[in-house]
Design a protein around this ligand. Structure first.
Ligand SMILES: Nc1ncnc2c1ncn2[C@@H]1O[C@H](COP(=O)(O)OP(=O)(O)OP(=O)(O)O)[C@@H](O)[C@H]1O
Length: 306
């Protein structure tokens, strides 16, 4: 049994301001309403758009312990429900009467609760990140939870065959609709029972705030970096733009610049190299007709104008 989940009340690195953007505030408010009405929420969108961060932020507002589950093909029902993981041996050595030596042994199987079991039993909030990477038969457990309000304890040899869902239990899913490899098709029956909210890239000011908060870089430098990334992103074919560079690219550049106290200046060769390293490969995938050298020159041109 692999331990792919963790229980936590995560201390989000992002500060409050990052959720002050009106659109994000509205999404948080609506999500909390759906969850408290008994409907799971599902954030979907391209990589780096902020799905996990938002899911954790909403979960935190539920004021219940949070369990984070990362979807993957190895995830099994045992990981989620629990399993017998070994034997417990109890030995009683009774020598109360000196001439009588009595030994009593009791061997029983030891059960370890899975993370979903814990959450369902105690009414925790589950953040199920990238859930389409898990096998449909594992995700079917969530169907029983949503349909029948029970967690079935399939194949666990337990005397009870299901567990009732605690009224405070809730679940927030995330997925990336553009992942093709290593993901399974979204199950219609599951999709039909959850509220799916598509997320789009944040506006520039919010991105700058996040970069400043997470890297402690000066606002002026953060602004130049974010603007550079957004400008080179526009080199992509329009339909592919959302799926190329994300806020992560700005965060990477800012992190390195801040750590090594580099000048954010288009004439600084070290800065130019970082700009190229971080952006050229993701861009190459969305500017299909471009020659590499031509693309590098375009990126450098944007970088040099900083
Ligand atoms: N609203 C936000 N406030 C603060 N930081 C944010 C926000 N949105 C995104 N970020 C930051 O942007 C980066 C990407 O966010 P996140 O991991 O949540 O994206 P994601 O959509 O879940 O990506 P992936 O699909 O690749 O897992 C992280 O470093 C995160 O801290």
């Amino acid at each position: 049994m692999t331990s792919l989940t963790e229980v936590s009340q995560p201390s989000l690195r992002s500060s409050k301001e990052a959720f002050n953007e009106p659109d994000l505030k509205k999404i948080v408010k609506r999500s909390l309403r759906y969850l408290s009405s008994g409907y799971p929420v599902h954030f979907t969108g391209p990589s780096g758009v902020g799905k996990t961060t938002l899911a954790l932020q909403v979960a935190k507002k539920q004021k219940r312990p949070i369990i984070l589950i990362s979807g993957n093909t190895e995830l099994s029902n045992e990981d989620l429900i629990g399993a017998y993981t070994g034997y417990k041996r109890k030995k009683l050595n009774d020598n109360f009467v000196r001439t009588v030596h009595k030994i009593e042994e009791d061997i029983s199987e030891e059960w370890t609760n899975g993370r979903l079991y814990e959450a369902v039993k105690n009414g925790y909030t589950v953040v199920y990140d990238e859930f389409t990477r898990s096998k449909p038969e594992v995700n079917n457990l969530f169907l029983s939870i949503l349909e029948e309000n029970i967690l079935p304890l399939y194949g666990t040899k337990r005397t009870e065959s299901f567990l009732d869902v605690h009224p405070d239990f809730s679940v927030i899913f995330t997925s990336n609709p553009n992942e093709y490899t290593g993901v399974y098709k979204l199950q219609d029956a599951l999709l039909d029972r959850i509220v799916t909210i598509p997320l789009h890239p944040l506006n520039e000011d919010t991105e700058i705030t996040i970069v400043v908060n997470q890297t402690n870089i000066e606002e002026k430098k953060a602004k130049s970096i974010v603007q550079f990334v957004n400008e080179v992103r526009s080199l992509c074919d329009k339909s592919m733009r959302e799926h190329s560079l994300s806020l992560r690219a700005s965060l990477m550049i800012a992190q390195v610049v801040q750590r090594y106290n580099l000048k954010v200046d288009g004439d600084n060769e070290e800065f130019q190299d970082i700009c190229l390293d971080v952006t050229v490969f993701p861009l190459q995938r969305c500017v299909q007709t471009e020659e590499l050298e031509e693309l590098e020159n375009k990126i450098l041109e944007k970088c040099k104008s900083i």
